[in-house]
Ligand binder design. Structure first.
Ligand code: IMP
Ligand code: MG
Length: 184
C-alpha cells in the first residue's frame, strides 16, 4: 500500500499513522526466528500452538520457516473486545486437542502487552506436563509485569503504541494489512 492508500479511509475504514515494520522487515525477522527455533529443538516432539486470532498470519509464515517435524494447533482466549486497553480478564474459548504431555510446546503470540493473556495460558498449559514450554512473540512492548516465563523468541521490541496489521486488529479490522502500522 502506498502512503496515499494508507490515509484513504475508504480502503481501511480509518487512516493509519505510520508504518512501523514493513513486509520485508517482518519476513526477514520471521526467517531468523524460524532458523533459531529449528536449532533449539534438535529432538523430541514439538507442538507449535498459535494463539488466535492475532497470531494467524505470523504463525503461518513462521511454521514455513521451521525445518523439522512439528504439530500445529491453536488456542483461543478471549481478547480486549473493541478497547485499546487490556481488560485483564482472559478466558479459554478453545482448548487444543493435541496431547501435550511430554512434548515441547511453543506458544506463539502476536504481541505481548500487559502479559496477562500469556501468564494465564502458561499456568493452564503447565498443568498438562509438557517437556518444555516456551513463548514466541512477534512483538514485545516490554511493559509486561505479570509474566513468569519470559518470552524466549521475540521478533521486535515494539514501541508503546497501538499497532495493527499482520494479524493484529483494532475492533477486528486491519488484520489483513501486510505490514505493521501504528494507529496513534
Ligand atoms: P496482554 O494480555 O495485555 O499481553 O495482551 C495481549 C493481547 O492483546 C494480544 O494478543 C493482542 O491481541 C492484544 N494487543 C495488545 N497490544 C496490542 C496492540 O498494540 N495492537 C493490537 N492488539 C494488541
Ligand atoms: Mg486483539
Amino acid at each position: 500500500m502506498t502512503p496515499t492508500e494508507l490515509s484513504d479511509p475508504r480502503l481501511l475504514g480509518r487512516a493509519v499513522k505510520r508504518i512501523v515494520y514493513d513486509a520485508d522487515t517482518i519476513a526477514r525477522r520471521v526467517r531468523e526466528l524460524g532458523a533459531e527455533i529449528t536449532q533449539a529443538y534438535p529432538e523430541g516432539n514439538l507442538v507449535v500452538l498459535g494463539l488466535l486470532k492475532g497470531s494467524f498470519i505470523f504463525l503461518s509464515d513462521l511454521v514455513r520457516e521451521i525445518r523439522r517435524p512439528i504439530h500445529v494447533d491453536f488456542l483461543v482466549a478471549s481478547s480486549y473486545g473493541d478497547a485499546m486497553e487490556s481488560s485483564g480478564s482472559v478466558r479459554l474459548l478453545y482448548d487444543p486437542e493435541t496431547v501435550l504431555e511430554g512434548k515441547h510446546i511453543l506458544l506463539v503470540e502476536d504481541i505481548i502487552d500487559s502479559g496477562r493473556t500469556l501468564a494465564r495460558l502458561v499456568d493452564v498449559l503447565s498443568t498438562r506436563n509438557p517437556r518444555s514450554l516456551e513463548i514466541c512473540a512477534l512483538l514485545h512492548k516490554h511493559i509486561a509485569t505479570e509474566l513468569k516465563v519470559p518470552a524466549r523468541y521475540v521478533g521486535f521490541d515494539a514501541p508503546h503504541e497501538f499497532l495493527v496489521g499482520y494479524g493484529l486488529d483494532h475492533a477486528e479490522n486491519f488484520r489483513h494489512i501486510p505490514f505493521i502500522a501504528s494507529l496513534q
